[in-house]
Design a binder for this molecule. Structure first.
Ligand code: APR
Length: 235
């Protein structure tokens, strides 16, 4: 029997055990920053320096964190499924690169990537590990002041939704890990999965806003419950 196809949605909780901030947990980013100021196009227009400072701090922290056992288990499960005719599509809301650093290959960053920058003048997206600022010229068109973090802000359209929906159309199981289920359209994937009759599992520290929609749930730290869940995955 060939292996199943999975769509796995991850949020900030999967990287929490690596020391990456979450957003809405106590002491999280939105406790310390006003998201309207640092994560909206309007905030960027009003004070680009403040927005750059927010993402520069997070980008500088990336080399200092490592994938945890949850990231590793998902990469291992992807390889095991793919080797047996199955598939794992990882839809992540996270802008960190920990899934890729753990070895995951089919990763859709629906909210963008911290280690990339975009030029609003020419549209070029560049790999970016240094600080960004209003004086920085685009490496492609040379325009200064047009560079922005390659992340999706509130009010902007997430990316790769069509690929995520297409993967859901083929899925046998939908798994949601480490997300509060409060930001749409990503939070709407579980309802879309249920509407297709796909089983849905929640792995989180606590019940999310959509907990009632899941057919199975396990609560605990991702670094503990995801490896156990992946290990039990047989077909
Ligand atoms: N293991 C498992 N789950 C955890 C852990 C952990 N160690 N720590 C926290 N969690 C859970 C919390 O209980 C919470 O439900 O992870 C979830 C994190 O929720 P949020 O902070 O709201 O993050 P997320 O759901 O990814 O946010 C979605 O909102 O701010 C925007 O664009 C940003 O992508 C982000 C989106």
């Amino acid at each position: 029997m060939s292996a199943p196809s999975l769509v796995v949605l991850t949020g900030a909780g999967v990287s929490a055990d690596s020391g990456v901030d979450t957003f809405r947990t106590a002491g999280g980013l939105w406790d310390r920053y006003d998201w309207r100021e640092v994560a909206t196009p309007e905030g960027f227009a009003a004070d680009p320096g403040k927005v750059h400072a927010f993402y520069n701090e997070r980008r500088r922290a990336l080399p200092g964190v490592r994938p945890n056992a949850a990231h590793a288990a998902l990469a291992e499960l992807e390889a095991r499924l793919e080797a047996n005719g199955g598939r794992l599509t990882l839809v992540t809301q996270n802008v960190d690169d920990l899934h890729e650093r753990a070895g995951s290959r089919r990763v859709l960053h629906v909210h963008g990537e911290l280690a990339k920058a975009a030029c609003v003048a020419c549209g070029t997206v560049s790999v970016w590990t240094a600080d960004l600022g209003t004086e920085i010229p685009c490496p492609s068109c040379g325009v200064a002041g047009a560079m922005r973090p390659h992340v999706v802000w509130f009010g902007e359209m997430p990316r790769h939704l069509d690929e995520a929906e297409a993967a859901l159309g083929e899925a046998d199981l939908f798994v949601s890990i480490g997300t509060s289920g409060s930001v749409y359209p990503a939070a709407g994937l579980v309802a879309a999965a249920r509407a297709r009759g796909v089983d849905c599992t929640e792995l989180n520290l606590e019940p999310s806003a959509n907990a009632r929609l899941f057919t199975e749930a396990r609560y605990g730290r991702a670094a503990e419950i995801v490896p156990a869940f992946a290990k039990e995955m047989t077909w």
